[in-house]
Design a protein around this ligand. Structure first.
Ligand code: UDP
Ligand code: MG
Length: 314
């Protein structure tokens, strides 16, 4: 069995795969550890799949997991964890934004006895101000409202001990936020700072829509705050209306016409209607997720798995 498994989710990264493979080989071979590379093809349509197959043919340490369609980044990483066999598992992006050289530092901390070693982005290169601003806001919002203390500015680039991976593999929730889940597990955890590079090639596979989805999964997966928000807003609206009663009564007795007219009614109705619809939408977000869990479908469907293995690990 290999000592270290490196898990890489791949979605249309044909331009990066060769460079990634060579840099990973250089780094991992310098560590003199026995290692395997799990490339999870998340339904790529740009030839990445063939490149992965090619790499697996020339190097038996490369183990391909090919999805039947695109299931999303977090699910691809999950499949990688399912198929990994190493005593420690490293998760790294395919686009070389996370420098493979940092893996040696992660391994060093693991050797010191830490079970989760996450890489913290101290600097980021080659990303738009919009991405930087939304990412920063996202990490801080999640930190404020979730019950689990998820480290700031930390992506999925990390090393996890087999003990932690075993626990994660039993957590089969569908809407996954792995950084939160690995923080939830506990054990000894530590961060290692690093400088996030620009993409080696290609474009981000995380458009705003997908980032929003991930943020929603993170919030709903680790907090009831949005549901409680509806209660708070309800109390606030009720409080305001109770306070408004004596104000209106006294005003009318004094002969004021300040609270007459359709505009007042319209504003009140629209405000309450808005609050109610938003609350309903929040309940809907949670309900939809409950529905997805209840259906109990497999998290992913694989069309090809590493040799001598069954496809029934989902
Ligand atoms: N990815 C994936 N499935 C997806 C989207 C992304 O497997 O549906 C992979 C992608 O190939 C990359 C990693 O997830 O290895 C991170 O994606 P990306 O670099 O596009 O995100 P960013 O760094 O821009 O946040
Ligand atoms: Mg990237």
């Amino acid at each position: 069995m290999p000592e270290i498994s490196v898990v890489v989710p791949v979605f249309n990264e044909a331009c990066c795969l060769d460079a990634l493979y060579h840099r990973l080989c250089a780094v991992m071979d310098s560590s003199h550890l026995d290692w395997e590379l799990i490339l999870v093809d998340d339904g790529s349509g740009d030839g990445s799949t063939d490149i992965i197959r090619g790499l697996a043919e020339q190097d038996s340490r490369v183990r391909p997991v090919i999805f039947a369609r695109n299931f999303g980044h977090q699910i691809a990483v999950t499949a990688g964890l399912d198929y990994s066999r190493g005593q420690a598992v490293v998760i790294i992006d395919a686009d070389l934004q996370d420098p493979p050289e940092v893996i040696l530092e992660l391994i060093a901390k693991w050797r010191e006895g830490y079970q989760v070693v996450y890489a913290v982005r101290k600097e980021r290169e080659g990303e738009s101000w919009f991405k930087l601003a939304t990412a920063s806001l996202f990490y801080r919002l999640i930190y404020r409202i979730t019950d689990v203390k998820i480290p700031l500015d930390t992506g999925d680039f990390r090393l996890m001990d087999r003990q932690v991976v075993q626990v994660l593999n039993t957590m089969r929730e569908r809407h996954r936020f792995l950084r939160g889940m690995s923080a939830w597990v506990g054990f000894r955890q530590i961060g290692v700072p690093y400088k996030r590079a620009a993409r080696f090639g290609g474009e981000t596979k995380y458009p705003f829509r997908k980032m929003l989805r991930l943020a929603l999964n993170a919030i709903t997966g680790f907090s009831y705050f949005p549901l409680q928000l509806a209660t708070y807003l309800g109390f606030l609206a009720a409080g305001v209306s109770i306070l408004a009663i004596p104000v209106v009564v006294i005003g009318r007795l004094a002969g004021s016409k300040a609270f007459f007219g359709q505009a007042t009614t319209l504003i009140a109705v629209l405000f309450l209607g808005g609050v109610q619809l938003i609350s309903l939408g929040i309940v809907g977000e949670y309900l939809g997720r409950v529905y997805d869990e209840v259906k109990g479908r497999p998290l992913y469907v694989v069309s090809e798995v590493p040799k001598q293995e069954d496809a029934d690990q989902t």
